[in-house]
Design a protein around this ligand. Structure first.
Ligand SMILES: Cc1cc2nc3c(=O)[nH]c(=O)nc-3n(C[C@H](O)[C@H](O)[C@H](O)COP(=O)(O)OP(=O)(O)OC[C@H]3O[C@@H](n4cnc5c(N)ncnc54)[C@H](O)[C@@H]3O)c2cc1C
Length: 445
């Protein structure tokens, strides 16, 4: 029983939260150990403490984004990235409050802002803060600033390293709390962990992936401008996954295309020998999929994600709500359920621009023969003789179709952000418990 509790998802998630708080606060406690600096007044010490907590939070951002499988499988990438965003903003606020508090309590420190004449330790602080600010601004306003994803990602890593490195340099330069060698080693160790994580994710992991290549078996057009990319493992057994999970895909097409993109597997989770992805041609990488030749090498980092029916094995049934290409993880759930002869009821509510755009339409209809599957198509543009649902998925439409006993099902939503937000609101209004609603966002940043 104790063993079971220790390994329950909640216990694991709580352990990670405790570890996070420990790493945030422990270096601060250590810094307070002997020798204490000469008394400088409460507000100065408080402002310095905020600066150190800000720095520790910055270091922890590298852990949150390093795709550590065990952490990721406790929360899911959506929640981790959401937490990454919020905790970065908290760190930035702390880093900004730290000098402001100093300037207010000791106005003479304002002269540290005179960059040409300021000592190095102050210059490092200014540069580190500017790097941090630039990183947050270019992330929050990436789209209005028209920064493409790939250059943004490279810039994000660089600015993050700069902000942490300069912040640490500033703390060592000031010296008060880091005057002892072992304290510098402790903080230096934290910075090295951050550096290692970035090297691991960007260099070591891609290199490990090249040891387990895949080969493109076929590329097939589907309805809705989606292309099925079928991969076969080359010289290894591939991986099994929980239906609904995703992997980072790299295609060996041109040096420019040696970049990884996340895609949900659309095939059965129990077929590691043949992994399939449904990819909608939207941007520069996804538009190239249709031209990929069979025999092209591919590399996968995965599986990741908690958007899966597998975690709810005791649910009485499922309500799956998809918009457009958001059908891919849901299709995998249905395929896997069919192969496992799952006899629970599945309700699929599927929004598409038109009948001709319904991706996997024929295959979904065929699944009705093996599954207890009801499909409600919701078309934005329907032919005159269409007698089904039209328009958008809203509260009334959901009320017409979802079971009366709303808490008896698990609900999975994957669609464009606006549709997901609207469907979530509608489900909550219909008294679906928030813990029964699961969402997968296709836009990470
Ligand atoms: C968990 C998850 C599962 C996904 N599953 C599917 C799927 O099954 N089918 C499908 O068609 N799409 C899926 N996507 C979306 C897919 O990853 C993006 O459409 C694709 O990366 C866009 O790349 P692009 O260069 O063609 O488009 P661009 O026009 O360059 O980018 C469009 C947007 O896609 C995102 N994006 C671009 N490059 C990357 C990248 N390297 N990593 C992360 N995000 C990026 C950014 O938000 C960007 O603004 C999924 C996304 C996530 C996060």
């Amino acid at each position: 029983m104790r063993r079971l509790l220790m390994h329950s998802p909640i216990a694991v998630a709580l352990t990670w939260i405790s570890a996070y708080l420990f790493v945030t606060l422990f270096p601060l406690l250590l810094l307070l150990l002997h020798p204490m600096p000469v008394e400088r007044g409460f507000w100065v010490e408080f402002s310095v403490a905020l600066g150190f907590i800000g720095l520790a939070l910055m270091v922890l951002q590298f852990v949150l984004t390093a795709r550590v499988n065990r952490i990721e499988s406790s929360y899911g990438i959506d929640i981790l990235l959401q937490f990454h965003r919020y905790s970065s903003v908290v760190a930035l606020v702390l880093v900004l409050v730290h000098p402001v508090m100093l300037f207010i309590t000791k106005p003479e420190t304002l002269q540290l802002l005179n960059f040409p004449q300021a000592p190095w330790r102050a210059r490092l602080a200014v540069l580190g803060t500017v790097a941090f600010l630039a990183m947050v601004v270019t992330t929050i306003w990436r789209k209005p600033l028209k920064i493409a994803y790939e250059p943004w990602r490279a810039m994000h890593s660089l600015l993050a390293l700069l902000a942490v490195g300069l912040g640490f340099g500033h703390a060592v330069g000031v010296g008060y709390y880091l005057s002892l060698f072992w304290k510098q080693v402790l903080w230096g160790g934290l910075i090295l962990v951050a550096l290692w994580l970035i090297v691991y994710v960007r260099l070591v992991k891609p290199w490990l992936m090249t040891k387990r290549p895949y080969v493109v078996e076929s590329v097939m057009p589907q309805r809705g401008n989606v292309w099925s990319l079928v991969l076969r493992p080359l010289g290894h057994e591939g991986f099994t996954f929980q239906p609904g999970q995703f992997a980072w895909l790299t295609l060996d097409i041109t040096p420019l295309s040696m970049r990884e993109h996340p895609f949900s597997m659309s095939s059965s989770g129990d077929r590691p020998d043949q992994l399939e992805f449904g990819i909608k041609a939207l941007g520069d990488f996804t538009s190239q999929i249709q031209t990929v030749k069979p025999g092209t090498k591919a590399y996968l980092d995965g599986p990741y994600g908690v958007f899966t029916t597998e975690r709810y094995w005791n649910s009485a049934g499922f309500v799956l709500i998809a918009g457009g290409v958001g059908i891919t993880p849901i299709y995998s759930m249905l395929l896997t359920a069919a192969e496992r002869h799952d006899d629970r009821p599945f309700l699929l509510i599927y929004a598409a621009p038109s009948w001709e755009d319904v991706t996997y339409r024929e295959a979904l209809e065929a699944l009705k023969a093996t599954l207890d599957l009801t499909i409600i198509y919701v078309l934005r543009k329907a032919a005159e003789d269409w007698s089904g649902e039209t328009g958008y998925i809203d509260r009334d439409l959901l009320a017409r179709h979802i079971p009366i006993h709303r808490g008896s099902r698990q609900y999975f939503i994957c669609a464009a952000p606006a549709m997901m937000a609207a469907v979530e609101r509608a489900l909550l209004a219909l008294e679906v418990p928030v813990t029964n609603i699961h969402m997968e966002h296709f836009n990470l940043a």
